[in-house]
Design a protein around this ligand. Structure first.
Ligand code: FDA
Ligand code: NAD
Length: 432
């Protein structure tokens, strides 16, 4: 089979791959120099849409509407854009072997691609219940959500059964967003998760209590402190056996029990740390002509003097831009500033919308009205460490308020009185 050579190859076709391609175009690439290789069938798109508007019953989001970079207010990169720029968009192509010593990638179909510089943008893949050996977990009514094909399959199942029953396994990002979207599709929804409150990676019990109360008000049932232990398929769908002995019926089961970075191709060839591919502040790996970006990378988080992995879209975009700038600068013998990232996560469900900036460590201080019965409740939390605000969460903030919390998380102002902070609430952030 033919071998192709490119100066730059991006492996992956998700968020960071798309933003990297745009940055290459900004910095200047000659036609034929850059290829983007993706196992997906479509050009890079804003993945967050898949668990939100893509699954709406009315006016759902569809491609080409949400190709990158519309999610950050940028230009929409249609397939034609890649052609115009002379960037080779190689779709439906899974790379199954990477040999970094010989700068060669091999696809499932046996094609080989040579590169001078490689950017790894393979993202994450989901944990499956079959990974944990749960009996019956390979049933056809059990859905996962990572790529557009998964969302299409889920949409088909939703359409096939009007007003059916859904069980959502997992109380993290996918769990909360999918429980909402299934409810919007008029399903009878039950969530099951092992922890005492939802989204324990970020939420305090007080924050979680608001969302659990709000979801209950919308009719979502929540079962905490147990897990799915087995599945029995029958003509009506699935019977889900829980570890605590209960059995739930469902037409559709959606599972969101976490994701793992896709590093397999590079095992033993690049240094890894904390489960991801280790890079410096320019996203260069331990192999000098290989960079890594997005979910897959463990990088220095300068503000906190720590190395971390971040599985969120804002970092996917920004790390991609930083890596490409670094590639170009190093070719010109120039240097650029180190990546100095302020963590930013967000989510939307029903008519709720929250943003979080910074670090959720230290003492959490709740402010505002977090009663789920209050119409348009606005509340948040500050995290205080060593007398300074290091993280801020805000539900239903205005654009200005969200800007203000980002500023606070970046500047880390001192706090003299926790009572005063609680009283001032969002006012504290707005006056910084
Ligand atoms: P991403 O997963 O986007 O892309 C990886 C790409 O590599 C895919 O195209 C994949 O097919 C390809 N690939 C992998 N292995 C390959 C191989 N061997 N050969 C060829 N191609 C290969 N974040 C947030 O901040 N707010 C939000 O609301 C959401 N919402 C959200 C919803 C859903 C459903 C998901 C799954 C995720 C989110 N996220 C999010 C997280 C966010 O989308 C995620 O952090 C970024 O997409 C990561 O970007 P990457 O480019 O690293 O991976
Ligand atoms: P997650 O890590 O957010 O949540 C995993 C959850 O799985 C845990 O909170 C726990 O409740 C649950 N869990 C673990 N083992 C379980 C078991 N055996 N049975 C039942 N529940 C179990 O992961 P996710 O929600 O699956 O999300 C996957 C990826 O997609 C992550 O990288 C996430 O960051 C990303 N994502 C992000 C957003 C966002 O930022 N708004 C939205 C969707 C997805």
């Amino acid at each position: 089979m033919a071998e192709k050579h490119f100066k730059y190859v991006i492996i992956g076709g998700g968020v960071s791959a798309g933003y990297a391609a745009r940055e290459f175009a900004k910095q200047g690439v000659k036609p034929g120099e850059l290829a983007l290789i993706s196992k997906e069938a479509v050009a890079p798109y804003e993945r967050p849409a898949l668990s939100k508007a893509y699954l709406f019953p009315e006016a759902p989001a569809r491609l080409p509407g949400f190709h990158v970079c519309v999610g950050s207010g940028g230009e929409r990169l249609l397939p034609e854009w890649y052609t115009e720029k002379g960037i080779e968009l190689i779709l439906n192509t899974e790379i199954v072997k990477a040999d970094l010593a010989s700068n060669t990638l091999t696809s499932a179909a046996g094609a080989t691609f040579k590169f001078d510089i490689l950017i790894i943008a393979t993202g994450s893949t989901v944990f499956r219940l079959t990974d944990f050996g749960i009996p019956g977990a390979d049933a056809k009514n059990i859905f996962y959500l990572r790529e557009i094909d998964d969302a299409d399959k889920l949409n088909e199942a939703i359409k096939a059964k009007k007003a059916g029953k859904a069980v959502i396994v997992g109380g993290g990002y996918i769990g909360l967003e999918l429980a909402a979207v299934m409810k919007i599709n008029n399903y009878d929804v039950t969530m099951v998760y092992p922890e005492p409150w939802c989204m324990p990676r970020l939420f305090t019990p007080e924050i979680a209590a608001f969302y659990e109360g709000y979801y209950a008000k919308k009719g979502v049932k929540i079962i905490k402190g147990t897990v799915a232990a087995g599945f029995d398929s029958n003509s009506n769908g699935e019977a889900i056996k829980l570890k605590d002995g209960r059995v739930l019926d469902a037409d559709i089961v959606v599972v969101g029990v976490g994701a793992k970075p896709l590093t397999t191709l590079f095992k033993g060839q690049v240094e890894e740390d904390k489960g991801g591919i280790k890079t410096d502040a320019f996203f260069r790996t331990s192999v000098s002509n290989v960079y890594a970006v997005g979910d897959v990378v463990t990088f220095p988080l300068k503000m906190y003097e720590e190395i971390r992995r971040v599985e969120h879209v804002d970092h996917a975009r920004k790390s991609a831009e930083q890596a490409v700038k670094a590639v170009k600068a190093s070719e010109e013998g120039k240097t650029i500033d180190e990546y100095d990232y302020l963590p930013f996560f967000y989510s939307r469900s029903f008519d709720l919308s929250w943003q979080f900036y910074g670090d959720n460590v230290g003492e959490a201080v709740l402010f505002g009205d977090s009663n789920p019965e209050t119409p348009k409740a606005k509340f948040g939390s500050y995290w205080i460490k060593d007398g300074k605000v290091v993280g801020v969460f805000l539900e239903s903030g205005s654009a200005e308020e969200n800007k203000a919390i980002a500023k606070v998380a970046k500047l880390q102002p001192p706090v003299t009185s926790v009572d005063q902070l609680t009283k001032e609430g969002i006012g504290f952030a707005c006056k910084i």
